[in-house]
Design a protein around this ligand. Structure first.
Ligand code: ATP
Ligand code: MG
Length: 130
């Protein structure tokens, strides 16, 4: 598992580089599409932390569930939180909401947002290796 702090703009690229190394160490270079999806999510959601909620953290780990092996990306901050009710009504990706969250969701096999105003945001993305 690797843990990274997101505080400066530079940390977004640092996180992306460290995740690339971590994926490589774990044999993910054999899955270039999967690797590029994971790196896109890291860039988008680390940038969201930097823009809207810094400081925050990114944790990346390999996970096993039965015979399945996967990658788990977590994005944790204690910023203002997302207004999930409002976003549900407007639907992710519409009415000025950007591509960061919608894109990250569609690139993941499992995508969870735990957030409330004042408490912060915890986003979990899981991608299973097929
Ligand atoms: N970690 C976060 N904490 C608080 N608000 C957030 C966080 N991440 C996203 N948001 C809010 O959710 C909105 C949608 O995020 P999303 O990444 O989908 O789009 P965007 O950042 O506005 O645009 P894009 O990512 O396309 O440049 C943001 O505009 C911001 O208001
Ligand atoms: Mg964004």
């Amino acid at each position: 598992m690797i843990r990274m702090d997101i505080e400066d703009e530079d940390d977004i690229n640092k996180a992306r580089r460290r995740v690339r190394g971590f994926l490589s160490e774990n044999g993910i270079d054999r899955y270039p599409l999967l690797r590029s999806y994971m790196l896109t999510i890291v860039s988008e959601l680390a940038r969201n932390i930097y823009l809207y909620a810094k400081p925050g953290k990114v944790n990346v780990s390999m996970i096993d569930e039965g015979k399945k092996r996967g990658i788990k990306l977590e994005f944790i901050d204690h910023g203002p939180g997302l207004d999930l009710e409002k976003m549900k009504k407007e639907e992710l990706g519409k009415n000025g909401l950007g591509l960061g969250l919608t894109g990250s969701k569609s690139l993941s096999d499992e995508f969870y947002i735990d957030s409330s105003p004042g408490r912060g945001t915890h986003i979990t993305c899981i991608k299973w290796i097929k």
